[in-house]
Design a protein around this ligand. Structure first.
Ligand SMILES: [Zn+2]
Ligand SMILES: [Zn+2]
Length: 423
């Protein structure tokens, strides 16, 4: 019996892992600069958390979650999105302390599980780099979240990212708009796709982001949320634009950006990149002023962002951004003859213990084969050990690039090699 990985999942192989590490390292560094601290939440949560926060009628909850019952009869769900677990932890662990207006800034890099149709760059286990800024209603914080994402893309060498912004209003103004929207498409709803016919009843805002051409045409003349914003939401949206402009961040207003989750209020935004073709979203997020309260906490506003790591890697590939050059590092111990084997094996242990990356050839091949292998594997130097070296208490250290050799006393070897280490 041969096994295959589950549909829609991927193996990240050793040759690909450095690309992932580069993206993750860059994200951590940007988060550090912006003052966000890492949070790691469980890979599964109570199902109710996602149902209540993301919304029963969303695609995520209605058809994409990996939900199972554990042996105790509890309904659990693999992390279906990043914000709800972070907000759950924020409330449960009282991360804000006594100061109800303190801004708590969190980031995470975590797998997300959704039983979606697998397509290019979309996986049933995909990975997200996300942030949450909880505690402030200020549009300056929305702009900071957007600025962080754009700084991240730039640090990865990705130019040409487009920012689209919208406001989806609040519980004061959104319901009126939803009624207006419904009324405006009522006559045409029978011509819309099956999903939209369902959304018309359950979640009309999602009509706006349907990709079907016929549905898009129906929506062309629909009213926009921006025309229905209440005073507070309109002021907030103006504040967002003002702060983006203060940072020279270019944006497009797109009234169809609604994001597929119920908890968004006011700001909704998305990043797109033309290098990706039709599936061009590389991240997005928005404000969720009611979510903390919905998750059992006090009425505290928040805003956040999620970036798909697979999508970012696809853009980098499409833009031909070269992998970071892997520096040569470490020592390959080349043993000559049986008498050098055990001393070489011991030296391997000692060097590793002293912090040096070291390897040996367990096949005990010829010197030439060992040297060739050390070179192909990217070692910085070869530590050659034969009967003569052992008798004199030294090793011959050969620089793999220049071919230069020097004799180094065994007791000074670890220090000497550590001095050579790159990175
Ligand atoms: Zn409003
Ligand atoms: Zn549709």
């Amino acid at each position: 019996m041969r096994y295959q990985r589950p549909k829609g999942t991927q193996d990240i192989l050793p040759e690909e892992a450095p690309r992932w590490r580069f993206v993750e390292r860059t994200f951590r560094d940007i988060c550090r600069r912006f003052g966000y601290s890492e949070i790691r939440t469980p890979i599964f949560e109570e199902t109710e958390l996602f149902v209540r926060s993301v919304g029963e009628d969303t695609d995520i909850v209605s058809k994409e979650m990996y939900t199972f019952e554990d042996k105790g009869g509890r309904s659990l769900t693999l992390r279906a999105e990043g914000t709800a677990p972070a907000v759950r932890a924020f409330v449960e662990e009282n991360l804000q302390g006594q100061d109800r207006e303190r801004l708590v800034k969190l980031y995470y890099i975590a797998p997300i599980f959704r039983q979606d149709k697998p397509q290019a760059g979309r996986y049933r286990q995909h990975h997200q780099a996300g942030i949450e800024a909880i505690g402030s209603p200020e549009p300056a914080v929305d702009a900071e979240v957007i600025d962080l994402a754009l700084s991240f893309y730039r640090a990865l060498g990705i130019e040409g990212t487009r920012l689209l912004i919208n406001s989806v209003g609040c519980p004061v103004c959104a319901p009126g708009y939803v009624d207006e929207l419904r009324a405006s498409v009522a006559d045409s709803v029978e011509h819309m796709c099956r999903d939209c016919r369902r959304r018309y009843d359950t979640n009309p805002l999602r009509l706006l982001d349907c990709k079907e051409e016929t549905c898009r045409r129906v929506l062309d003349n629909a009213p926009t949320m921006l025309d229905s914003l209440c005073g507070e939401c309109a002021e907030h949206f103006a504040g967002l634009r003002e702060h983006l402009e203060a940072l020279d961040i270019a944006y497009e207003i797109d009234t169809r950006i609604v994001r597929g989750l119920d908890y968004y209020t006011k700001t909704a935004f998305e990043f797109r990149h033309d290098a990706l073709g039709a599936q061009d979203s590389i991240g997005g997020g928005g404000r969720y002023d009611g979510l903390v309260e919905q998750c059992g906490g006090p009425a505290i506003p928040g805003v956040g962002l999620g970036i798909g790591i697979e999508r970012v890697l696809l853009v980098r590939e499409a833009l031909g951004l070269a992998d970071e050059e892997q520096p040569r590092e470490g020592s390959f111990i080349v043993t000559i003859g049986d008498e050098a084997w055990l001393p070489g094996y011991r030296l391997l242990h000692d060097l590793r213990g002293a912090g040096v990356k070291a390897e040996i050839d367990y096949r005990r091949r010829s010197i030439r084969a060992q040297m060739r292998y050390a070179d192909a594997q990217g070692y910085l130097n070869a530590v050659i050990l034969g009967g003569d070296e052992i008798a004199r208490g030294i090793a011959t250290v050969r620089d793999m690039l220049s071919g230069e050799q020097e004799e180094v006393p065994l007791e000074a070897l670890a220090e000497h090699l550590k001095g050579d280490a790159q990175e």
